[in-house]
Ligand binder design. Sequence first.
Ligand SMILES: Nc1ncc2cc(-c3cccc4ccccc34)c(N3CC[C@@H](N)C3)nc2n1
Ligand SMILES: [Ca+2]
Length: 448
Amino acid sequence: MFSKVLVANRGEIAVRVMRACRDLGVRTVAVYSDADKHAGHVRYADEAYNIGPARAADSYLDHDAVLEAGREAGADAVHPGYGFLAENAAFARRVEESDLTWIGPSADAMQRLGEKTKARSLMQEADVPVVPGTTEPVDSADEVKAIAEEYGYPVAIKAEGGGGGRGLKVVHSADEVESQLETAQREGEAYFDNSSVYVEKYLEAPRHVEVQILADEHGNVRHLGERDCSLQRRHQKVIEEAPSPALDADLREQIGDAARRGVREAGYTNAGTVEFLVEDGEFYFMEVNTRIQVEHTATEVITGIDVVKWQLRVAAGEELDFDQDDVEFDGHAIEYRINAENAADDFAPATGTLETYDPPGGIGVRIDDAVRQADEIGGDYDSMIAKLIVSAGSREECLARSERALSEFEIEGLQTIIPFHRLMVTDETFRAGEHTTKYLDEELDRER
Ligand SMILES: Nc1ncc2cc(-c3cccc4ccccc34)c(N3CC[C@@H](N)C3)nc2n1
Ligand SMILES: [Ca+2]
């Protein structure tokens, strides 16, 4: 096991990783920008190194600055968290080539799965259903039209280097194809430095269901069940839950097995998430997230498995000490992202001072955060300041407990989306678990 780990991140996920380190008796190193000098993850770590100014590109995204801090601290390994450099294969490779261990999948596995068409053909090799479409990039309008002829409009043109909803163009008819194809290629070049695009049948109102995977370096691959992330706003997840209300036992087993086959085929190790779209009782592979995710907590709470601790142990060469049928799911968990945003003002980012910061507690309530009363919340980074994860024996009990926990959560001096969450847990479509990925965008627009 490592003796010292550098966490190349900030906020709640940095503290989350440091907690797993401490559980394992591993010393922790924080890195911080000038704006984060007094931040929670710096307070929590055993030692901390300044890596540059507030702008992420000059600090948390600066490969050399992070590696230099690792060297200075004499760290054995680097955990990237999520966001920032977490899915940057080039950085993972630099860490692999240094004398630090990368806590995550190999750079090669990241590369293989980061190119969406390669990921799709890999999944087909493993008999994992993919959304109908091409597994090679397309570069002519005719190829796009051919897919639409075969599967019907609308079709989705997606950037090879995209993901997370970026680089997705929905084409509703033949006369839109040329312009949308051109835009998708141009944006792919601009945003992902990759103009390749591919085409899929666009599923009108799917659920977004993802499977948590843990794979060690000895060929053991386990799935830890699924999470439903259908409640999204402009591709930003707002509430996630485990298990998905949209799956029955049979579909649950099929989707879990498919995720394991796909990850094994990809030679993937460490923690990862296989994302699927689910519609009319069918599931289709969408993409793999080669990192720990914000919402890993919902899985931890119902399985009792510490995913981050296993990331560290797997990276240190340990074997998973449980079989697939040892993984049990107990009850229901819902995670509410507490973002510093003003839901009444189209979720515009908010800044301010936490004059009051009084999180809820009690049975079935977990708070993952890195802030405390009187902290200043600026606009330099992602707006999520905390996660509230509520769990109970059933989804109904979890909703009731959520209302109680959300009513206890007191924040003053800063606008957050807590009022939005309080509304959501009383919404009858959400309570019935019948919301699709379209629900929020349409519902909010309709209300406005
Ligand atoms: N062929 C096909 N059909 C429907 C889709 C639906 C989604 C999707 C999934 C989840 C939320 C969405 C919100 C608005 C628009 C799309 C979505 C989707 N993506 C891609 C990235 C992921 N974060 C969202 N890909 C799709 N692809
Ligand atoms: Ca994704």
